[in-house]
Write a protein that binds this ligand. Structure first.
Ligand code: AGP
Length: 612
């Protein structure tokens, strides 16, 4: 996620801005930049690399002044490069903007501006904002009005800071779906994406809300609403967090913060990609291979760990709703077996959060060697897998700090549902089915919010079961991979032994393990295999096995069998994994905390496995 810092006051802005960027480094970034105004001139320094390098660069020494903006970029549009780093300027290099978020309609806005004679220097969506402000300034508007007029043309998410030589003592801030806060100092203001960049200077913080715009000058600030244009009187809050808490947004661990971010993560993965009326999806990253994808007759999905389990869910989705045979392989196996792949008929899809996993990368090379179309669903923009595949879809989930993947896993499932729709609507899927799936997809973020509200009861269940030495996680069809993922989550952060499996397989051996000391967690939503799951639960019950069930809201039957029940809202069967995994993530998290483990950095694990 990008980081934004702005300053206006009495101090040298450079030191405050660089300190703020350092506080935001935990968010993950690939480049950084700063713009400071001095004697009515704005000077800019940017770097691909770390904030420390920017702070030590020769150019930074020339940046004096008491008003400035700064940014750490986590690439979404355009690879990591100096020219894509923020701040971005207009044609005259006298107006500069930093931005966190995604402008969905930037291509259309950019084309219009280019037709009006504007020249662009970057590949980013953000640069459009600087040229829009320039356009409206030329029509005689002040900075605030120029920004407001620009924002009204933009679709998507943004937190922005704008400064301009024609109004040197002013900073304009605005937000929609991307956080922005104002620290109220003594005759100074620090504006930032999150409190960690502000708390060094003040604990008095005003949080901008969606659709609001702030105009800051040295001696004061105003907040107004973009739509009604009315002034808003907003009390500052006293933020007591220490810096470490601020980086985690007040959560105890990054993993918990990322679990609770999942509604927004799904919204970001869906943003600008769903066309309900047409029952279609827009996946710009597949435009170049659209016709090749129409022709393929088989798909091989390849990934590792949690990403592999997401691929298994995708297998069920694509086979059922796109009618294409799918095989999902563990990357470390795929690369050493003899996969039979036929050019034009086969395609390989890899999933990877980091985009650097060695085994997955090798699978891409193997596919390319055989002349097979390779696609990637990747979270890190410009990562090696993203560069090496022929086409792909970015998760737009923001950086995931916790080693155990949570929000990116759910984003992978979201993108796989979009990909299923894409392939299905190229084939036999009807408009009606396409509309049904897109409508249900758009409800998922609120369903996740509903589950997160039950965290306290999930914690209480975890307290009752945390001392058992072994667990089964069991599910069928779409939720069989979720059983595997639930077991992995518990193992990798709490170090409690857990085994994931298919409920239907129990009687073929594993049931020998069942006794009162070996609980089973069943994922048993009201779906096409519900009755089958119930009978598997009866088998466990008959052997005094304890049962925790993840079930659909309103299911009265399951409480007669299970010892504990965690409810999830009803949704399409193919989308239940996006919900059923949430309780399992929380169960694993609470178990690890109760056992005093290092939740964000579990022993023996790395966030990106770049070796075989
Ligand atoms: C995630 O919880 C695991 N730590 C791990 O299995 C991970 O999913 C796997 O290493 C794949 O990583 P990638 O998505 O970055 O390729």
């Amino acid at each position: 996620m990008c980081g934004i810092v702005g300053y206006i006051g009495k101090r040298e802005a450079a030191s405050v801005l660089l300190d703020g960027l350092k506080r935001l480094e935990y968010r993950g970034y690939d480049s950084a930049g700063i713009a400071i105004l001095k004697d009515k001139r704005i000077n800019v320094a940017k770097i691909v690399g770390r904030v420390k390098q920017l702070a030590e660069s020769e150019r930074i020494r020339a940046l004096q002044g008491t008003t400035g903006i700064a940014h750490t970029r986590w690439a979404t549009h355009g690879k990591p490069s100096e020219r894509n780093a923020h701040p971005h300027g207009d044609c005259t290099s006298t107006i500069f903007v930093v931005h966190n978020g995604i402008i969905e309609n930037y291509k259309e806005l950019k084309q219009n501006l280019e037709q009006e004679g504007h020249t662009f220097t970057s590949e980013t969506d953000t640069e459009v904002i600087a040229h829009l402000v320039e356009k409206f300034k030329k029509e005689g508007n002040n900075l605030e009005t120029s920004v407001k007029k620009s924002l009204k043309l933009m679709k998507g998410a943004y937190a922005i800071l704008v400064m301009a030589e024609f109004e040197p003592e002013t900073l304009v801030a605005a937000r929609l779906s991307s956080p922005l806060r104002i620290g109220i100092g003594t005759n100074e203001f620090i504006i930032a994406s999150d409190p960690s960049a502000i708390l060094n200077y003040t604990q008095e913080i005003v949080t901008l809300r969606d659709g609001e715009i702030a105009v800051l000058e040295e001696d004061g600030y105003t907040i107004s609403s973009l739509e009604e244009n009315r002034i808003i009187d907003r009390e500052a809050e006293q933020v007591e967090w220490d810096l470490e808490q601020a980086e985690k947004g007040g959560f105890a661990h990054f993993m918990l913060k990322e679990i609770f971010e999942q509604p927004e993560t799904i919204e970001n993965s869906l943003r600008g990609r769903v066309m309900v009326d047409e029952g279609l999806v827009k996946l710009g990253g597949l435009d170049a291979v659209k016709e090749e994808l129409r022709q393929i007759e088989r798909l091989t999905i390849v990934a590792c760990g949690t990403a592999y389990y997401a691929g298994l869910v995708g297998e069920y989705m694509i086979e059922e709703y796109a009618g294409i045979p799918v095989e999902t392989c563990i990357a470390s196996e795929f690369r050493y077996r003899k996969p039979i792949l036929i050019p034009k008929k086969d395609a390989v899809l890899v999933l990877s959060q980091s985009g650097e996993t060695a085994d997955t990368l090798a699978a891409v090379s193997e596919a390319k060697e055989k002349g097979i179309l390779s696609l990637g669903i990747v979270n890190v923009i410009g990562s090696t897998i993203a560069q090496n595949t022929d086409a792909g879809i970015y998760n737009h989930a923001g950086p995931e700090i916790g080693v155990a993947s949570t929000k990116v896993f759910v984003s992978q499932l979201t993108v796989l549902a979009l990909f299923t729709l894409f392939l299905g609507r190229q084939r036999q899927m009807s408009l009606t089915m396409g509309k049904r799936i897109t409508e249900e997809l758009l409800k998922i973020p609120d369903h996740v919010r509903t589950i997160l509200e039950t965290d306290k009861s999930i914690f209480e269940i975890t307290q009752r079961y945390v001392n058992y030495p072994d667990f089964f996680f069991l599910g069928r069809k779409y939720n069989y991979p979720i059983a595997l993922e639930g077991a992995l989550k518990l193992k990798e952060i709490s170090y409690i032994h857990a085994e994931g499996g298919s409920s239907g397989e129990l009687k073929h051996g594993p049931i020998a393990m069942i006794d009162p000391n070996f609980p089973s967690i069943f994922i048993c939503p009201k779906d096409s295999v519900y009755e089958k799951n119930l009978s598997n639960m009866e088998e466990v019950k008959a052997r005094q096995g304890k049962i925790i069930a993840v079930a659909t809201e309103g299911d009265d039957e399951i409480q007669k069998i299970a010892d504990e029940v965690i409810f999830i809202p009803k949704t399409l069967e193919m989308l239940t994994p996006l919900l059923s995994v949430i309780p399992l993530q929380l169960f694993a998290y609470h178990a690890a905390v109760l056992k005093g483990k290092d939740v964000d950095k579990p022993r023996n694990l790395a966030k990106s496995v770049t070796v075989e």
